[in-house]
Design a binder for this molecule. Structure first.
Ligand SMILES: NC(=O)c1ccc[n+]([C@@H]2O[C@H](COP(=O)([O-])OP(=O)(O)OC[C@H]3O[C@@H](n4cnc5c(N)ncnc54)[C@H](OP(=O)(O)O)[C@@H]3O)[C@@H](O)[C@H]2O)c1
Length: 408
């Protein structure tokens, strides 16, 4: 890729709920004429001007295109080293953009958690992206940076402190506070609608190795938890975590792309802690009911239509005060081959889905644009840890409010 591109990063979908937060984060962190040259892009000039007014800086460049207009995308991706996109559901609006980046050798990062679509993008583009040199990195928000980088971190520490990698890593969601946006609800509903229409897709999504290279889709991992169970290592009951469906697949793809450094028998799983004793167990069952209420109902059916009235519409999401009062914390447990444990924490200082996610995505894009000499050599359809490794770990801690710690 030529270094003469006009921008380091273009935020595609800067008028979205999350894109606005990324733009605000960039302006506050990098200004306009600093080390990172960035612009906002989208389909609607008036809306982007409104974002610019909210930012209080009329000099932020604006570019116009449309997700379904290949010529506009080709022009857009030729102007920048990195496309950072918040235009979702990605399965509806993202495919042409990925194709344009792959062809132009433009690096790319997004917030997709739509496993079925990511699988399609890998199948269609991995080899071509390796040829053109593009690094396409899905899942650069709350799903799946904390899980992927948390595993990368604890395994580095295991090697450093215990002399070898752990045989298993478990992530347990210890606490979190935040809400959802309309774009996220639309993305979840779109996955459910696709699965309802295609039984083969349902089977593929249940495979623990959904996102692995096609010749490496087996191993010792079990399906995601679907009940309430006690975990001795975390000393807590646990219930299913909705995002394990994408996060576990991303961690396993990272391991495969890295060449299985932790051993072919390495396993990874992810659940939510609900506490000890009767209250922990009851909280777990309450959580199961909540999940059923959220995911239940036929796509387009009466139940979905009724519940939609209580959920945010596209463009809406948690308020500034809700984002600032939010937080999240993961317990990361590495189980060594001799049975001993190494425990650590990964945490963030804002609500997971937006305040924290916008900073994680912004730093992933900045890392792609500015840290090429510090990141791994891999090209193609990558994951956060395999594309960006230590350079991202450093940025997340220095600029995105994340903490990675080992418990002594
Ligand atoms: N992984 C995570 O942790 C995480 C966290 C947050 C969000 N997300 C994902 O991020 C995505 C965005 O969520 P959100 O709530 O911020 O979305 P949103 O507010 O609903 O915004 C969607 C954006 O898509 C744009 N768009 C729609 N059709 C387009 C087209 N044909 N051409 C160009 N732009 C088009 C809209 O443009 P207009 O403004 O012009 O209408 C808008 O900017 C969702 O897929 C969500 O699931 C993931």
């Amino acid at each position: 890729m030529s270094d003469s591109r006009e921008y380091d990063v273009i935020i595609w979908g800067a008028s979205s709920f999350t894109g606005r937060l990324v733009a605000e984060f960039y302006l506050n962190t990098y200004g306009l004429d600093g080390e990172l040259k960035w612009a906002m892009a989208g389909r609607n000039q008036a809306k982007l001007e409104e974002v610019r007014a909210e930012l209080g800086n009329t000099d932020v460049p604006i570019l116009i295109g449309n997700s379904h207009d290949a010529a506009s995308l080709k022009e857009l991706v030729s102007k920048t080293k990195v496309i950072c996109t918040t235009v979702g559901p990605y399965a509806l609006y993202g495919s042409e953009l990925v194709a344009a980046c792959v062809e132009a050798g433009t690096d790319y990062c997004d917030l997709a958690g739509e496993t079925q679509w990511i699988r399609r993008m890998i199948d269609q583009h991995h080899e071509r992206a390796q040829e053109t040199g593009a690094r396409i990195v899905h899942c650069c928000g709350f799903d799946s940076i904390p899980s992927d980088m948390g595993t990368y971190f604890i395994q580095k520490k295991a090697k450093e402190l215990k002399g070898e990698y752990a045989k298993a890593v478990k992530v347990r969601v210890k606490s979190m506070k935040g809400g959802a946006s309309g774009g996220t609800i639309a993305s979840i509903n779109n996955v459910l609608a696709e699965v309802a229409e295609d039984k083969a897709l349902f089977k593929l999504l249940n495979n623990p190795y959904t996102l692995n290279p096609r010749d490496a889709m087996t191993g010792d991992d079990k399906p995601d938890l679907r009940s309430v169970k006690f975990d001795e290592d975390a000393d807590s009951f646990m219930m299913p975590f909705i995002m394990a469906a994408i996060n576990t697949r991303v961690v396993r793809r990272s391991h495969a792309l890295a060449g299985f450094p932790y051993g072919k028998d390495f396993t990874y799983d992810e659940t939510m802690m609900t506490g000890k004793g009767l209250s922990g167990r009851m909280k777990g069952f309450g959580g199961l009911l909540g999940l059923a209420a959220m995911l239940g109902g036929k796509p387009g059916g009466l139940y979905k239509k009724l519940t939609a009235k209580f959920l945010p519409a596209p463009g809406e999401g948690p308020s500034k005060s809700e984002r600032e009062a939010g937080f999240w914390k993961y317990l990361v447990i590495a189980k060594m081959r001799d049975g001993s444990l190494l425990k650590g924490f990964v945490s963030g200082d804002r609500d997971p889905g937006y305040g924290s996610t916008s900073k994680m995505l912004g730093e992933a894009a900045a890392c792609l644009a500015l840290d090429k000499d510090k990141t791994p050599e891999l090209k193609g359809m990558l994951t956060p840890s395999t594309a960006l490794g230590d350079a991202l770990l450093e940025r997340l801690q220095q600029k995105a409010g994340l903490k990675f710690e080992v418990r002594s």
